[in-house]
Design a protein around this ligand. Structure first.
Ligand code: GTP
Ligand code: MG
Length: 379
């Protein structure tokens, strides 16, 4: 599964990317720092079921640290947008193709209002403007692509648009349904914007990361106003704080569990006081917001599932005797057969059914999997 990070320039997209992947990418307080997309592996955390069964796991694809499984997914961070990008302003918007490969999007905004529409330092800038701008620029860009579509016959409209937008990974069914709903008959149709809005809302589900909460005055009030104006899910966060903690942890200064940290190695007074400030943020907000952001996107908005495939339903082992080796992130509609496909094409070929290891009952082949389900694949 892939997640894309988009947003106006200088809001903290790459900081969030770096905090989630620990890839060494450039971050700076100026517009257009990122030019080429950053790609990396990030992790969503779930409880490892080994404790529940009184056994010890042998992790393979998803590491287990202190009883928490880190399930991998791909993350893409792209260049920042500004108003007029669809007309070539800033870095333009062609780079959005990279983010559109993703199955889900995170839009980062700077809720502190301390950077403006061009990513320059400011006071009291309204981030609602960025939400409108990003939607407008996305729509204008997709509209430009759709207008380039060559339609051979009216009957072929959905197929032709599907082909033209293939890199953006909209579903054929969504395009077909959108054409019907908004009576799109030709490519100059006045309903084209509503049609694109429908494609975005259906196939590019999004969460809004309200970043820089650590320097935001009246955060609650600002969140309330945004929620009343837009139908997105908003999660306040501090990518900056998360990154500082992840780096301190990487260098062995602290042990960090996502909610709090403990100092385990001596550091200089400057570092110590920076961490003290972050301690206060963690206390006030019950974390940096980054874990909550990922959990909300994956399990509430996308309804994705983490599933543990095994071959032996009693020992919870794979064919090599490893206990609960793998954990996969699967989409909303994934069935036991899709899981078999994920494990191995050979396993999929010989698939005969699946059993829920907690209940011992057979799972219907067409039934979507549950989150944190342990599934024996019968071959
Ligand atoms: N106070 C605070 N500053 C942050 C936070 N996250 C990022 N920043 C700062 O915001 C500035 C921009 O960060 P980047 O991650 O480079 O922003 P970007 O959105 O990737 O920017 P472009 O690639 O230029 O579009 C840097 O100075 C970061 O240190 C945060 O949570 N709190
Ligand atoms: Mg960047």
């Amino acid at each position: 599964m892939k997640v894309g990070i988009i947003g106006r320039t200088n809001v903290g997209k790459s900081t969030l990317f770096k905090a989630m992947t620990m890839e060494d990418v450039e971050i700076a307080d100026r517009p257009f720092t990122t030019i080429d997309p950053n790609r990396g592996i990030a992790y969503v955390k779930v409880n490892c079921p080994d404790k529940e069964f009184g056994i010890k796991c042998n992790p393979h694809n998803a590491p287990c640290i202190n009883g928490i499984r880190y399930v991998p997914f791909e993350l893409i961070d792209v260049a920042g947008l500004i108003k007029g990008a669809s007309k070539g302003k800033g870095l333009g918007n062609k780079f959005l193709t990279d983010a559109m490969e993703a199955d889900a999007l995170i839009q980062v905004i700077d809720i502190s209002g301390k950077t403006n529409e061009n990513g320059e330092n400011a006071e009291n800038y309204d981030p609602a403007e960025d939400l409108k701008m990003v939607r407008e620029e996305l729509t204008a860009w997709i509209s430009g692509l759709i207008r380039k579509t060559r339609v051979r016959s009216k009957e072929d409209l959905a197929g032709a648009i599907f082909k033209e937008l293939s890199g953006l990974r909209f579903k054929y069914e969504t395009i077909k349904e959108g054409i019907k709903r908004f009576s799109v008959r030709d490519l100059d149709n006045s309903n084209l914007e509503d049609f694109i809005g429908y494609l975005l809302d259906s196939d590019k589900r999004m969460i809004v990361a309200c970043n820089k909460m650590d320097i935001t005055e009246n955060l609650e009030e600002k969140l309330k106003t945004l929620k009343s104006e837009f139908k997105y899910d908003f999660v306040p966060c501090s990518a900056g704080a998360e990154l500082t903690l992840r780096e301190a942890e990487k260098h062995g200064f602290i042990s960090y569990n996502g909610k709090d940290f403990e100092i385990i190695k001596d550091m200089n007074p400057q570092q110590r006081s920076a961490l003290q400030v972050i301690k206060e943020i963690l206390r006030r907000f019950n974390g940096t917001g980054v874990d909550l952001l990922i959990d909300t996107l994956m399990f509430k908005i996308m309804n994705w599932k983490v599933v543990f495939p095994v071959m032996d339903e009693k020992k919870l082992t794979d064919s090599q005797g490893r206990v609960l080796p793998d954990a996969y992130l699967m989409d909303e509609s994934a069935t036991p057969r899709d899981l078999a496909e994920k494990v191995h094409t050979e396993v999929a070929k010989n698939y005969k059914g699946a059993i829920d290891c907690r209940t011992g009952l057979k799972i219907r082949n067409d039934k979507p999997l549950d989150n944190e389900q342990i599934v024996k694949i019968i071959v």
